[in-house]
Design a protein around this ligand. Structure first.
Ligand code: TPP
Ligand code: MG
Length: 322
């Protein structure tokens, strides 16, 4: 693929995810989606940059904020919208909601909202692949909050000990709900050094620059594939909306206006769109065409979902393990 084609694809995927999230936010007050939603607006570059280097049969795990990972890995949009509506056409047959997305055809193994919980699950998946001699890279997405869970360290240790092909991706948006990093962690705590101390290569990438994320994660993923050893990356990023729900919560003042505005000025979509236009790789007309195409795709998914049935009563206890 030429550089321009790759760059267009990266921008298209980010715009698509943003539009899906905006439509969910717009329709949320209709009360047809009755599950909590943790939207990814502002953080799209991380998912798109990394997933653009994964193969279809590579595997991905996520947490409570998972729509963008699911979509960037190729998860089916209508099945996701169906799941948010609790409908039978949902990817978890309407039993999971926004925080339990799954699409095995696209390698989306699980999203689980217990903070940190998918880290050991992902390592277990990679361990299983190794025992079955399957050549797959497992990518685990989690937030800065998850690195405060003990199981994170056990999982890194296990992956390092057994040389498992895992990409650990920490999306550091500086907050766990309303608590900033400074309220939660000692000043000089450096997650890269901590993970390096366990023998795992660790790198930091600017979480707003999709081209950079694509380029560097391409190198890391091929290194993981060849050397069969885990790598940890941290990407600094920022969520534009409230922790959970369709609105912003700037009125609560746990984040200063200065901070919010600074990060909004680095909006990953605006950044990359401007860069491509400046480099004559793109024009506004093309973006408008994309937006119209995406609009139709999203409308189709919502319309189909709203016409779909809720699961029947006898589905209620099926495939329930806890
Ligand atoms: C074990 C556990 N503790 C607390 C919660 C409540 N909770 C849900 S999301 C969240 C914030 C997690 O922050 P982070 O991992 O940084 O992800 P972000 O929301 O910033 O994407 C918390 C504390 C939970 N779901 N699970
Ligand atoms: Mg966070």
């Amino acid at each position: 693929m030429t550089n321009i084609t790759t760059h267009k694809k990266l921008l298209y995927e980010m715009v698509r995810i943003r539009k899906v999230e905006e439509e969910i936010a717009k329709r949320y007050s209709d009360q047809n989606m009755r599950c909590p939603v943790h939207l990814s607006v502002g953080q799209e570059a991380v998912a798109v940059g990394i997933c653009s280097n994964l193969r279809n049969n590579d595997q991905l795990l996520s947490a409570h904020r998972s729509h963008y990972h699911y979509l960037a890995k190729g998860g089916n949009l209508t099945s996701m919208i169906g799941e948010l509506h609790g409908k039978a056409n949902g990817c978890a047959r309407g039993k999971g909601g926004s925080m339990h997305l799954i699409d095995l055809n696209a390698g989306v193994i699980a999203a689980v909202p217990i903070v940190g919980s998918t880290i050991p699950i992902g390592v277990g998946v990679a361990w299983g692949n190794k025992l079955k001699k399957q050549d797959k890279v497992v990518t685990i997405f989690f937030g800065d909050g998850a690195t405060e869970e003990g199981v994170f360290y056990e999982s890194i240790n296990f992956a390092a000990l057994h040389n498992l092909p895992v990409l650990f991706v920490c999306e550091n948006n500086f907050y766990s709900v309303y608590s900033s990093l400074s309220n939660r962690q000692p000043k000089n705590r450096n997650i890269l050094n901590i993970v390096k101390g366990m023998g795992v290569q660790s790198y930091s990438i600017d979480g707003n620059k999709v081209d950079l994320i694509h380029k560097l994660s391409k190198k890391f993923i091929s290194q993981i594939r060849n050397n069969k050893k885990p790598i940890f990356i941290e990407l600094k990023t920022y969520r534009f909306l409230e922790h959970c729900g369709p609105f912003n919560d700037d009125n609560l003042k746990y984040r200063t206006n200065k901070e919010i505005n600074l990060w909004k000025s680095k909006d990953p979509i605006q950044y990359f769109k401007n860069k491509m236009i400046k480099n004559n790789q793109l024009n506004e007309k093309e973006v408008t065409m994309w937006e119209n195409k995406i609009k139709k795709e999203i409308l189709f998914s919502f319309t189909k979902t709203l016409k779909s049935n809720f699961p029947s009563k006898n589905e209620l206890m099926k495939n329930i393990y806890a």
